[in-house]
Design a protein around this ligand. Structure first.
Ligand SMILES: Cc1cc2nc3c(=O)[nH]c(=O)nc-3n(C[C@H](O)[C@H](O)[C@H](O)COP(=O)(O)OP(=O)(O)OC[C@H]3O[C@@H](n4cnc5c(N)ncnc54)[C@H](O)[C@@H]3O)c2cc1C
Length: 480
């Protein structure tokens, strides 16, 4: 099969149940691991030459830089990934505690600058942050008053019309726009597309947000150990058979098994690049079409030396959220002289149209505006999550007028097809731990269904073994 010649592969044998898992991101790996440990014959098909999907640790600077996910959202033992991260002894750098209006970082950790290089006084940053919190609280009233959904941006405008005390002028207005820009970064979408009804329906675990100091890659590699993973295998067709599935990859090779776990990104499902035979039910197709997929990218700039203030984030305020920006200071958490520029929504799409050099230059120009003495980066890495055919977006979010249960509709199995991935997690969408849980859940559903036929309903093992042992391993958390 590696020669590219067409072949037919039976994953299933007579004695043990079999499954094809499609997509070796954290969800697919979690599903494959759990089913492998439950004595299934498992083949994991991955379109890219690498595994991990939207968890991707790049080493081209000579040290790890996460170009996809980099935070563990919810540094607590209830986090489904805590047992694994704890056991691997991976250090976390906490960038915020619970309930920050900026989600994964605290107000105090920022230095904000106007485009003329003037630093915004911290009291103003705090004051406008409090006003932003009040504005968001007031949008709840707008939600209660209106049966029809609207965008969070529209609700904010209604609040500001009503409450002149919350309106901001001049520099304070720019700081408010910057808070909006940060919110857009969290959802990877512009505020005029985010649903007022559902924007706050995701579940936030306690313990704040911790950066994976050494990168997320060891989590991926640990889950992948010992699995039969076929890289460079892009699935084009999934056919449901009587008591089985036939999965076809780009070069014509087919894999036949008792069941399949579909763990490809929502963007890939939206693009219809995988044909389902027979078609998926209408409600499933509708859920795929209606759930939003946002874009956030990273442009990592590696400098010869540190010339910026010793804060976790640098922000650039401006009169529109589109023109605002921010940089994550990796030096604070990792000791490496790297700033990561993170555009989201329309800005991220616009930057993805540029060459990598132009994108890196664009990011550097933002920095130059606030720190005119900034020295040129010596290296850069640019992500392209929206245009990469293997992701076609960064993570899912609730769009205006669509119900929040779309995530659950995406997850619900169809016969012997099981669905996993961040967009199937109604509790923790858009996260690594959410995607991981859906992989474990899909494996459990699959095992229940398929093993019944084999008469083997042994106790199910979670992906990483006995959690009662592993939760006792403490997480290594720091903040410098
Ligand atoms: C820039 C960015 C920052 C983020 N930051 C965070 C963060 O800090 N913390 C956090 O918790 N989450 C974060 N996320 C979200 C997190 O990365 C995702 O929710 C999670 O990794 C998704 O995992 P998944 O397994 O569902 O999908 P993926 O990781 O995308 O895995 C799907 C796999 O399917 C493969 N595939 C695609 N098409 C095919 C095909 N036709 N055939 C076979 N294989 C195919 C892909 O190559 C991929 O490997 C971030 C995401 C991005 C993009």
């Amino acid at each position: 099969m590696e020669s590219g010649r067409q072949s037919n592969q039976q994953v299933r044998g007579a004695s043990s149940p079999s499954v094809v898992v499609i997509g070796a991101g954290i969800a697919g790996l979690a599903a494959a691991r759990a089913l492998h440990d439950a004595a299934f014959q498992v083949v994991l098909l991955e379109s890219r030459p690498r595994i991990g999907g939207r968890v991707y640790t790049d080493f081209s600077f000579g040290f790890p830089v996460d170009m996809g996910a980099s935070w563990l959202h919810g540094v607590c033992n209830e986090n489904p990934l805590a047992p694994l991260i704890g056991r691997l002894g991976l250090p976390l750098y906490r960038t915020s505690g619970d309930n920050s209006v900026l989600y994964d970082h605290d107000l105090e950790s920022y230095a904000l600058f106007d485009k003329d290089g003037q630093q915004v006084p911290q009291e103003l940053v705090t004051k406008v942050g409090e006003a932003f919190e009040s504005i968001l609280e007031e949008t709840e009233k707008v939600r209660e008053e209106n049966k029809e959904d609207m965008s969070i941006l529209q609700a904010i405008s209604i609040v500001l019309e009503r409450r002149s005390d919350l309106r901001q002028e001049g520099l304070a207005h720019k700081v408010l726009q910057w808070y909006l820009c940060r919110m857009e970064g969290w959802f990877a979408a512009d505020a005029n597309t985010i649903s007022l009804k559902s924007w706050d329906q995701e579940e936030l675990l306690s313990g704040g947000h911790g950066l994976m100091v050494r990168g997320y890659c060891s989590v991926i590699n640990t889950l992948a150990k010992g699995l039969d993973i076929r890289r460079g295998h892009r699935v084009t067709k999934v056919a449901r058979l009587y008591n089985g599935v036939r999965v076809t990859v780009e070069n014509g090779t087919t894999f036949v098994a008792d069941a399949a776990v579909i763990a490809v990104p929502l963007g890939v499902l939206k693009a219809n690049s995988i044909k389902f035979e027979p078609r998926l039910p209408e409600w499933k197709e509708a859920a795929i079409a209606e759930l939003g997929i946002g874009t956030e990218n990273k442009i990592a700039l590696h400098f010869g030396k540190v010339f910026w203030p010793n804060v976790e984030f640098l922000g650039v305020v401006a009169s529109t959220s589109y023109a605002c920006s921010y940089f994550l200071n990796l030096h604070k958490a990792t000791g490496h002289p790297v700033l990561v520029y993170m555009p989201a929504g329309q800005l991220a799409h616009d930057i993805e149209k540029m060459s990598d050099e132009a994108a890196a230059n664009f990011a550097f120009m933002q920095l130059k505006q606030i720190l005119p003495d900034a020295s040129e980066p010596i290296q850069y890495i640019v992500s392209h999550w929206a245009t990469d055919a293997n992701s076609l977006g960064s993570y899912s979010y609730d769009t205006v007028g669509k119900p929040h249960d779309l995530y659950e509709r995406l997850r619900i199995p169809i016969d012997n097809l099981f669905f996993a991935g961040e967009a199937t997690s109604i509790r923790f969408p858009g996260t690594v731990h959410g995607a991981y849980s859906t992989g474990v859940m899909a494996a459990e559903d699959c095992r229940m269904r398929v093993s019944e036929r084999f008469g083997e309903l042994d106790l199910f093992q979670p992906a990483m073994g006995d959690e009662s042992i592993s939760v006792s391993v403490p997480l290594l958390i720091s903040r410098m």
